[in-house]
Design a protein around this ligand. Sequence first.
Ligand code: PAF
Length: 264
Amino acid sequence: MKIAVNAKELAADGACAFVPTMGALHEGHASLIKKAREFSDTVVVSVFINPLQFENKDDLAKYPRTPEFDIELAAQAGATHLWLPTVEEIYPGEVQKISAGALGDIYEGVKRPGHFDGVLTVVNRLFELVKPKWAIFGEKDFQQLTLIKNMKSDVQVIGSPTIRNADGLALSSRNVRISDPKDALVIYRALMAARNEKNIDDARRVMQEVLASEKAFTLDYAEIINESNFEKASQNDESKRAIIAGWVNGIRLIDNMPMNGGAQ
Ligand code: PAF
């Protein structure tokens, strides 16, 4: 694996599949890199903690940084190029922010104003510099994935399923900060309980009941949405997804799962 000195080196190496990350890589990222290999023999991984998408400076300061481990994991997962750009390389002058529009203001956007503008701005900039043909993002950040898919670009944006640990906890760089990971499993239990209900009102009710049963969990939101527009889903909508966000041991976690109306 090449450690790229600058973006010019990456763009010179032909049509690539791209996995943008903020580092603290884990098996979830490894699965994105493996997916990228299905599209191209050239897989570029970037590690850049984007200050524009942190509305909370404390969260930015505490974001885990594990560069040596990241290099190791990216190489083992099949990345051919790793790029760790500086803030100056990504944002050399005045930043032209991209607006995420109305979809950026709901759910994750309510508690994190400007977050998705920051995400779209950096992704657009990374696309400009890396010039990938494909880019892979995890479904775990489903609202982010949808917004990036909706963003105007020549890059084919591909979603990749959430990777969970043996207990069902969705892998996330934030998990290392949870003092008792068992407390976080309530999110998975709530998603599974909702998924097993045929009726959407019952699914919403059981999801709330399960979440309320865990004292260590503080709810931000739990809803079943229509995947195509993020509106509250109706029973007959084709693609429904449960989305949950909340706090466990002072750490904010999000997760989601497609709803299959009780089918196994
Ligand atoms: O999902 C992430 O890690 C980040 O939001 C992304 C897409 C790399 C942009 O900084």
